[in-house]
Structures are given as C-alpha cells and as structure tokens.
Design a protein around this ligand. Structure first.
Ligand code: FES
Length: 107
C-alpha cells in the first residue's frame, strides 16, 4: 500500500492510498483525478494515462517495457525523460509518497 499524490496541470493535488498491485491509472480514475483518462482500461494501448513521475524517484520504478516505450511515442502532451504510462506502474510500499504530475491534456 502506498500514498500516491497526483498533481494535475492546474495545480489540483489529490493523494490516494493505493493497494498493492493496483496501477497508478486505476488509483487516479477511481478517485476522481481528471488528468488521467485510461481509455483502454490499462492494456497499454491508448496512451491516455500519460504522467510525469517525480524525477528524483524515477530510478526506483521498474523500467518501462518495449510496449510502454512504443506507446509513449503517441502521447498528446510533451514527452519528457520522466514520462511514463500510469497503467504500467503498480503500487507497492516502495512507492510511498510518490508524486506524479499530470500533463495538460491526454488527447
Ligand atoms: S490506460 Fe491505456 S495505455 Fe494506460
């Protein structure tokens, strides 16, 4: 379980207590965070769960798969070095306190 803070482009901040194994996308969409759409339901096929992970903690996350990297080519907002797809990051205690910035648009 981990507390994850989503910060939307307008500055709105929402902290979610996310059970192990749930994706950051699920945590955002089930808690009213508007900045993530998750249109494909988490199957790494839409890129509407684009997020910017706190750069200082980027190295703590499992590396992006080839499929995720391919989908990151299709994000609507600027792709940055810390861009990830929120559906591909699963909650665990190791992520406690993680801050996730959301782009201005997902489509
Ligand atoms: S929810 Fe579709 S790629 Fe993440």
């Amino acid at each position: 379980m981990a507390n994850i803070t989503f910060i939307e482009a307008n500055g709105q901040s929402t902290t979610v207590n996310l059970a192990d194994g749930w994706s950051l996308m699920q945590g955002a969409t089930t808690n009213g965070v508007d900045g993530i759409l998750g249109e494909c339901g988490g199957s790494c096929a839409c890129a509407t769960c684009h997020c910017y992970v706190d750069e200082a903690r980027l190295g703590e996350l499992p590396a992006a798969s080839e499929g995720e990297l391919a989908m990151l080519e299709n994000v609507a907002s600027e792709r940055r070095p810390n861009s990830r797809l929120a559906c591909q990051i699963k909650s665990s205690a190791a992520l406690e306190g993680l801050k996730v910035l959301l782009p201005a648009t997902q489509e």
